[in-house]
Each structure stands twice: as C-alpha cells, then as structure tokens.
Write a protein that binds this ligand. Structure first.
Ligand code: MF3
Ligand code: CO
Ligand code: CO
Length: 258
C-alpha cells in the first residue's frame, strides 16, 4: 500500500527536511582530504543534537542486511555505490567522490536525502559523473507529477543518464518514505513512462538516481560488512537523493534549505 500524508504532515516533513539539508551541507563541507568517513559520522551525531531530530539509520535493520546498521550516515566513496559504513580506516583523499546519505526522524516523520561531492581536485570524468547524477535527480523530480506513473520518474532518469554515456544501477531503487525509512512504492531508476503505480497527491517519495561511470553491475557486501555495495567494474559511482511530496501543484522537494 502506498500511504498518503496529510498537508500538516507534509509541512512537518518539510521542516525536518530543511534540517536534514543543513546537516548534509555541513557534512559535505567536512569531506576534505585527511578526514575519515568515521569523522563525518561523528560530526553527523554532533549535528543532530539540539535540533529535535533523530539519526534513524543507527540501529535500522533493512531486510537485505544481516545485522542492524551501525552508524548515523551511509558514506560511499568512489567505487562504493551505496551503504558504505563509516570507518576510521577509510581516509578521504584528493580526487575522491564521496556520497553522504542520511535519513532522519523529526516529530515522528522520516526524511531521506543524499549528496555526492568531490574531495579537492577531482578529474573531469568524476566532475561529469557528479553533475549528471545531480541533474538526473532534477529530472526525476520534475517527472513526479500527480496523475502520472512511477515509470515516468524512472524513464526520465534512465534516458538522461544513458544519453550522457553513464549507466544507472538497477539493483538499488528509490522508495516511498515518511512513516518508515522504506515504504512502497519501489522507484527504479530505469523503466518505461506510463507504467507502474499511479502518482497521487499526498504521496511522499525518496527519489535517488544511482549512476556508475562504467557498467551498471554491482557487487553486494564485497567488504564483508553486510552493507557496502560496489561497482563490479571498479568504476566510480554517484548518488543524489531528495524526499519529495506530490502536491496538487506538482512535486515539492522537502529536503532543501528553507
Ligand atoms: N538512506 C538510505 C536510502 O536512501 C537507507 C540506507 S539503509 C542502511 O534508502 F541501513 F543501509 F542505512
Ligand atoms: Co538515502
Ligand atoms: Co532512500
């Protein structure tokens, strides 16, 4: 079942989303050479304090994983596609491509957002990867119109990314969000316009294109930690994510600064 959120809930989600946007901005600024991904997680734990928000990924147990998630954020570097667990052993270097993905609870509701940033000077290909993935999210959000279908979002993302010469990961998808971290519907980053569930006013989606420079294939749990997903060919990967409410006037991004 796809749940519908009330206008009052959407207002609350928007407040929580603005807080998350602020936290992500600070985390991105801290993604500098020499920092470890654990440093960023520690910072995330500090940043949630006093804001009335909870780091709901900490202790969250997704169906795909063998144990609950041990950190507040997912930090996926370079060829790590998603769900990288912050670690003191992962040191950021100039040229790295770093995805920071965080989900928070605010007054009983949940918002989810992610950004990808380059550390220091990144090469042209990585720059393009980040720009294309960011634009893929813009296009996916624009396609989320009431009366349309989930496949409209999928097709908008896929056609744009492929046109730029990159691939979309098919094994990981966007999703409904708001009452839980992951809700229906599943929102693939590939598909056919006009197919899939109807997009209706009150729906809230986490739209999240995941783009590889090389092939779409991914390897699960290569690090043996139960979470990390890597590109099979070792190419770099990027991810941007917004929580978006479907309103009568179209899609409304909830996870941006107010
Ligand atoms: N924020 C992630 C998403 O976009 C959730 C990751 S679940 C975790 O769906 F357990 F790996 F953290
Ligand atoms: Co996320
Ligand atoms: Co998500």
């Amino acid at each position: 079942m796809i749940t519908k959120k009330t206008p009052e809930e959407i207002t609350r989600l928007r407040t929580g989303g603005a807080i998350l946007a602020g936290i992500l901005k600070e985390l991105a600024a801290a993604a500098v050479a020499g920092a470890t991904t654990l440093d960023l997680d520690d910072l995330a734990m500090t940043l949630v304090e006093g804001k009335g928000v909870e780091p709901v990924l900490l202790g969250y147990h997704p169906s795909f994983a063998p144990h609950p998630y041990p950190a507040a954020v997912c930090i996926s570097v370079n060829n790590c596609v998603q769900h990288g667990i912050p670690s003191a052993d992962i040191v950021l270097h100039d040229g790295d491509v770093v995805n920071i993905d965080m989900t928070i609870g605010y007054e009983g509701l949940i918002v989810d957002s992610g950004i990808t940033v380059g550390v220091g000077k990144v090469d042209e290909e990585s720059k393009k990867l980040i720009a294309v993935t960011r634009e893929a999210l813009v296009r996916g959000v624009k396609a989320a119109q009431p009366g349309g279908h989930i496949g409209d979002i999928s097709a908008a993302i896929e056609s744009y990314v492929k046109g730029e010469g990159f691939s979309v990961v098919e094994a990981l998808c966007g999703h409904g969000v708001g009452y839980a971290v992951h809700e229906e519907p599943t929102i693939p980053n590939f598909g056919t316009a006009g197919t899939g569930p109807l997009i209706e006013v009150g729906h809230v989606y986490a739209i999240e294109p995941i783009v590889n420079v090389g092939k779409k294939d991914v390897v699960f749990d290569d690090a043996g930690d139960g979470y990390s997903v890597y590109t099979k060919d070792g190419s770099f990967s990027a991810h941007f994510e917004h929580t978006v409410a479907i309103t009568e006037n179209g899609p409304l991004i909830l996870t941006q600064p107010k």
